[in-house]
Write a protein that binds this ligand. Structure first.
Ligand code: ATP
Length: 236
């Protein structure tokens, strides 16, 4: 099966501070890959480096079998990759509709409108909020709009950074259902950074355990001890 995303001995960080110290991972088409690790393990740094927001200082990043290390972010995302980042990542003074549009700048107006109809079907509350300023949404609503914005342009690979953080259980279930549906209907490959074991155990296929800037172990959720291994990794 073809590899959608692979990193090989990837190094990156912030100035003189190296955070990723040789990350290697391979995500296959239609995987739902859960990247798990404690605070500070380097998960967000890895996503930011894949997206070209942070510069890789060494190693390789292949997206759809094309080297993207060193490419600017706007070129990387046009290859069919979208991201729902951890921080708010909203233009608070713009409307919900305008924020959705910013995730689909390379789509035509008609593609955007049909994509918007699709995500409104996923998260119906958005229909009545299109003209609301994004900064006035609740935390849970913002999280759902972030996921909607990432899925709107029909990406082949979506990166989600702790989107369930601080959400109530019903909202978490909703987000999971939407992601599962998109994965099933469109074969979307998903890389989800999470610390919520119950969330990922419900739908991910594989996992990687990250610690101090490296992937220490990987496994499949088909294995009976997957949840125990992840819980142990997070507790030590
Ligand atoms: N802008 C920055 N400048 C310097 N160091 C940073 C910066 N951002 C993050 N770091 C450091 O990089 C390390 C990894 O942070 P990162 O946010 O990637 O971890 P994480 O695994 O995503 O953690 P969390 O689960 O808490 O979000 C941490 O030690 C953090 O302090």
């Amino acid at each position: 099966m073809s590899s959608v995303l692979s990193c090989d001995q990837l190094h990156s960080g912030y100035g003189a501070v190296e955070v990723l110290s040789g990350v290697s991972l391979k995500i296959q088409a239609s995987d739902i890959y859960a990247l798990v690790g404690k605070n500070g393990a380097g998960k967000t740094t890895l996503l930011q480096t894949i997206l070209g927001v942070l510069k890789a200082t060494a190693g390789s990043i292949m997206v759809f079998e094309k080297e993207v290390a060193g490419m600017p972010t706007h070129r990387i995302v046009t290859s069919g990759l979208a991201c729902a980042p951890q921080e708010k990542a909203f233009f608070n003074d713009l409307t919900v509709d305008e924020n959705l549009r910013l995730g689909s700048l390379s789509s035509s107006k008609s593609e955007f409108v049909s994509g918007r109809d699709r995500v409104i079907e996923m998260f119906p509350f958005i229909a009545n909020r299109l003209r609301q300023r994004a900064g006035t949404l609740s935390g849970g609503e913002q999280a759902m709009v972030k996921v909607a914005r990432a899925l709107l342009p029909k990406p082949k690979l979506v990166l989600l950074d702790e989107v369930t953080e601080g959400l109530q259980p019903l909202t978490i279930d909703r987000v999971r259902d939407v992601l599962m549906r998109d994965h099933t209907e469109r074969n979307t490959t998903i890389l989800v950074v999470e610390q919520n074991v119950d969330f990922v155990a419900g739908f991910a296929t594989r996992y990687g355990l990250m610690e101090r800037g490296q992937i220490r172990a990987e496994g499949s959720f088909a294995e009976a001890d997957a949840v125990d291994r992840i819980s142990e990794h997070l507790s030590i």
